[in-house]
Ligand binder design. Structure first.
Ligand code: ADP
Ligand code: MG
Length: 192
């Protein structure tokens, strides 16, 4: 049961290592992410020991985002241990926005300026969101025909806890290096 009452899944619109994402019958503006009932062994251990409340963590993260960068994150409306209710990103013409990967990259000045702003803001403020500079988790939100912005739909992987086996990530210098590598890889692969 959710704040909007009982929601009925329509169809699966995506899947990651941890969660599957579904559209919702009669609610075109939201989608629901549900913990994958059969995660691989590593994710299973992570979910059991380190990330028991992955959905609630994402919700909490959203409520605490600094104002300067909040617009880059797809809102989480509510969460519990099993599901998350989030917005369904849509372009100015009403069509569902696509991930950078499905969109085949982006040839748009504003998009990459905004991505760069986000990267520098995170480094300056030592906010270590790993996995946001990733073609599956970053969407291309078209505000108009020629104004596109990055929209992050998955931001649960924050800091060392997300990679407990990478002990070096306890050090700031290493976290900075990892984020920079992910950002540069994204630009190389998807900037058209
Ligand atoms: N708000 C959304 N709108 C559209 N598709 C989404 C949305 N959230 C997730 N997806 C799709 O579902 C996939 C899995 O969701 P994600 O939150 O990335 O799960 P995981 O935690 O397993 O990585 C995404 O890669 C994307 O394709
Ligand atoms: Mg993901």
């Amino acid at each position: 049961m959710t704040k909007r009452g009982k929601l009925v899944f329509d169809r699966k619109i995506g899947g990651g290592y941890f969660r599957d994402c579904f559209s919702v019958k009669g609610h075109a503006d939201i989608c629901i992410k549900v913990i994958n009932p059969r995660p691989g062994l590593i994710r299973k251990l992570q979910l059991k020991y380190f990330r028991k409340k992955i959905n609630l963590e994402e919700y909490k993260t959203y409520t605490r985002l600094p104002d300067e960068i909040k617009r880059f994150f797809n809102p989480v409306h509510e969460a519990n241990e099993i599901f998350v209710v989030t917005s369904m990103p849509r372009d100015y013409d009403g069509s569902p926005s696509l991930s950078l990967k499905k969109h085949n990259g982006a040839a748009n000045k504003k998009f990459w300026e905004e991505a760069e702003f986000l990267f520098h803001f995170l480094v300056k403020n030592k906010i270590w969101f790993f996995d946001i500079f990733n073609g599956n988790n970053m969407f291309v939100l078209k505000e108009s025909n020629d104004e596109w912005v990055p929209l992050i739909i998955d931001y649960k992987q924050m800091g060392w806890k997300a990679f407990p086996f990478q002990v070096h990530l306890l050090f700031t210098s290493q976290k900075r290096k990892k984020l920079k590598r992910q950002y540069e890889r994204l630009v190389n692969k998807y900037k058209k």
